[in-house]
Design a binder for this molecule. Structure first.
Ligand SMILES: [Zn+2]
Length: 406
């Protein structure tokens, strides 16, 4: 890890990180300290490798000034996403630039020790591709497909068969850097969309996810809204169709029970087979590990928009429920951008358009909101990138480990 820094020097670093390359004379006005103080801090930061001089200001009036920027080789952040069958890893530089990302199959040993060893191997590989080693890590993010508490304990993870695994402590013990372990995948996607995806230019966004589950996560100025019990945005179990469709949660007619991927597949399976398009019928016979996505995508793609077509009727109904969820999210959070993500919306511009049209009718004062409705850009394999970017952002917001006392 690079040298520790003083609190004063840290504020200089933070400002340079926030503003990008900046001439030294502008730092004093930004930080509100004397030039001599700033000059001393800059000297120390350049000497310890945190800052580098990256060229000069353009041909404006006056003397060209030397630009300062966070030194990309001062350290890095990594993200490792442990999906059901794959490991994805990514490395971003100290300034947040993506340096490398890789994917590999997750081996059969799913025990905590077995998975941690695979993570270690994969992490060392992606770090070396980025020109770094584990000793350069300033922060590490790990994502698992399960429930994780605020201390980084994996409470349950079905795909790994884990219960109450202190995964953060394990990783922190190994690498010595700050470690963030996250569970709910939609939360990670929301953060990734805000940082580097469809919402990167917005101050506030709602990431509306429709796939295996349905949720609406709100992110403002890069900060995801967690709520009192980390459940903000879990609208999937709001009852939208009372009495209809039993939900695994015990209620009837939850949004997820009528409009999630598995719910749509279950409803398609109840339709008369001979009335379904050939392609949809074919996908129904394929039982993949996560079978719902290809079936749902085929159903939307090969839907025949005829009035009495049963599949068309089903998908029209589903669209109505999805629009209700989106309208609730827009009303609750009033975001600048609504990002539509998850496999229902992927490669499905027709559905995204229908949701937008429905919102125009359902949301109060639509015309004065200037709400942008956009497709998600972050794919599952990008979550490791989003995770690395997330620890990078948290690092710059709250230095913890890097500060020297005094
Ligand atoms: Zn439910």
């Amino acid at each position: 890890m690079p040298a520790k820094v003083r609190a004063m020097d840290w504020s200089v670093l933070q400002v340079i990180h926030r503003l990008g390359a900046i001439p030294q004379h502008r730092l004093a006005e930004q930080i509100g300290r004397q030039r001599s103080t700033i000059n001393g801090a800059v000297q120390r930061l350049v000497a310890s490798g945190w800052l580098s001089r990256v060229g000069q200001t353009g041909s404006g009036r006056g003397r060209p000034a030397i630009l300062l920027a966070v030194n990309r080789s001062s350290g890095c952040f990594a993200g490792v996403d442990i999906a059901a069958h794959q490991l994805h890893a990514a490395v971003v530089a100290a300034d947040g630039t993506l340096l490398a990302h890789t994917s590999a199959r997750l081996g059969d040993n799913r025990s905590p020790a077995g998975v941690t060893d695979q993570v270690d191997l994969h992490l060392r590989g992606v770090l070396s591709r980025a020109g770094f080693a584990v000793g350069n890590l300033l922060g590490l993010w790990a994502g698992v497909n399960g429930a994780v508490d605020s201390r980084g304990v994996v409470v349950t993870c079905a795909s790994l068969g884990w219960h109450n695994e202190p995964f953060r402590d394990e990783l922190h013990g190994r690498y010595g850097c700050d470690v963030l372990v996250q569970g709910a995948s939609a939360t990670m996607n929301a953060a990734a969309e805000a940082l580097l995806g469809a919402g990167r230019d917005a101050n506030s966004l709602v990431y509306y996810h429709a796939g295996r589950g349905i949720s609406a996560r709100f992110v403002q100025r890069g900060q995801p809204l967690a709520g009192a019990t980390q459940r903000a945005g879990e609208i999937g179990h709001v009852v939208v169709a009372p009495g209809l469709a039993r939900c695994p949660c015990g209620n009837n007619g939850c949004l997820e029970a009528v409009a999630s991927g598995p719910a749509i597949v279950a409803a398609i399976r109840r339709l008369p087979r001979r009335r379904l398009p050939d392609t949809v019928r074919k996908t129904l016979t394929v039982t993949a590990e996560d079978g719902a996505a290809p079936i749902v995508q085929a159903a939307f793609r090969h839907r025949v928009r005829r009035r009495r077509d049963p599949l068309n009727a089903l998908l029209t109904e589903v669209t109505g429920y999805l629009a209700m969820g989106a309208a609730m999210a827009v009303a609750a959070y009033d975001p600048q951008v609504l990002v539509l993500g998850g496999y229902l919306f992927e490669d499905n511009p027709a559905l995204r358009r229908e949701i937008q049209d429905a919102l125009r009718r359902m949301v109060l004062d639509w015309d004065n909101r200037n709400l942008r409705v956009v497709a998600g850009e972050v794919l599952t394999q990008d979550r490791a990138v989003g995770g690395a970017a997330e620890v990078c952002q948290r690092f710059w917001a709250n230095p913890r480990g890097v500060l020297m006392p005094g």
